[in-house]
Design a protein around this ligand. Structure first.
Ligand code: SF4
Ligand code: SF4
Length: 337
């Protein structure tokens, strides 16, 4: 099921899609930040992965989850649910892997069953992946095995003046109207990426865990500003806190919302009695890196880091988790870096 579409026809194709669904595309904002935004005929950002991942379309940084109203002896709860049909154009292979990880997390591992807000958005969203032409700055997807997409509906690959299009699902194929798409007789062009950044993954999870007191944690942690930029941009960071906004009186509707949190903040690990488990910045940075590259893999058999390099790109003091991990790998395995 392969097709081609002329690059110049892409805006018209997106216009047609936007008549049926909300369409989100990668764009560069005036501030220079690259994000996924509603398609309004603007210039697309197709040079590489965006700084902010499409995760926010499925898991907003802040969202209301239900309203509640006091009744006599009980509460009436009205959950909110986003069932809007969406199409995401231009999601990169590494970000499809990030969604794959979040799918496992929110559909299987939640203590309270699946996360209905996330799963409903995922179910109602078509993913049109875009293969990368070349490596992006800081990325190391080839080390993490995430340079080819998973779980997408369509895959676009740039080829000269065309996009070569492969339909991976029936719902993806249904979007390929004859007006824009011509059947392709040849096979998909291969795109082998050579990332400039790399991570030695041999026994990685175990080696990082057994080097809990390696000097690199303090050396890098002392430079950390606890600014939370790394966790803001990471496509697989999912921790959040809950906030209730109470309005008293039986005629008043109160609301519960949740907001993205960050393990880089000291209050994140504060428990009853005001005890903070991770007081030092080194301990918090170690938590971030070990969660991404060690703990999650050991507990769930899946790598939480998909090698997008966003945390490295966003860090104001150039802290790089691949350098930290490679330093430990070098000492443990004798690998030269
Ligand atoms: S830890 Fe960094 S490189 Fe890994 S997925 Fe998160 S932002 Fe990307
Ligand atoms: S972006 Fe860099 S400085 Fe900011 S919290 Fe993360 S590691 Fe620390």
């Amino acid at each position: 099921m392969n097709f081609t579409i002329k690059k110049e026809q892409l805006p018209s194709f997106l216009d047609v899609l936007a008549k049926k669904s909300a369409v989100f595309v990668p764009v560069e904002e005036d501030s220079g930040a690259t994000i996924f935004a509603p398609w309004e005929g603007q210039q697309l950002f197709l040079e590489g992965r965006t700084l902010f991942s499409p995760k926010f379309l499925f898991r907003p940084s802040q969202e209301k989850i239900f309203f509640f109203r006091k009744q006599t002896g009980s509460y009436e709860i009205s959950p909110l649910d986003d069932k809007k049909q969406k199409i995401v154009f231009g999601i990169r292979p590494c970000d499809t892997h990030a969604l794959n990880v979040l799918d496992q997390l929110f559909e299987k591992y939640c203590d309270c069953g699946s996360d209905q807000f996330y799963t409903s958005r995922r179910k109602n969203t078509v993913l049109i992946a875009l293969q990368c032409k070349g490596p992006c700055e800081n990325g190391f997807c080839t080390s993490m095995g995430t340079s080819q997409p998973v779980g997408h509906d369509l895959l676009f690959i740039e080829r000269g003046n065309d996009f070569f299009v492969t339909a991976a699902t029936e719902r993806g194929k249904r979007l390929l109207g004859k007006k824009f798409f011509k059947p392709a007789k040849d096979t998909a062009p291969s795109r082998k990426l050579e990332c400039q950044n790399s991570l030695e993954t041999k026994n990685l999870a175990q080696n990082l865990y057994s080097n809990f007191n390696h000097p690199v944690w303090k050396q890098e942690g002392d430079r950390c500003l606890s600014c939370t930029s790394c966790t803001q941009v990471c496509p697989t960071c999912y921790c959040y806190f809950i906030e209730d906004n109470f309005l008293f009186g039986s005629d008043k509707e109160s609301e519960r919302s949740r907001q993205l949190d960050s393990c880089q903040l000291q209050r994140f690990s504060k428990v009853a009695g005001n005890h903070v488990f991770r007081k030092s910045r080194a301990a918090r940075l170690r938590q971030f890196v070990l969660h991404k590259l060690s703990y999650y893999q050991q507990h769930h058999g899946l790598q939480l880091c998909i090698g997008c390099g966003r945390c490295i790109a966003a860090c104001p003091v150039d802290i790089d988790l691949t350098k930290i991990a490679n330093e430990i790998q070098k000492d443990t395995l004798g690998v030269k870096k």
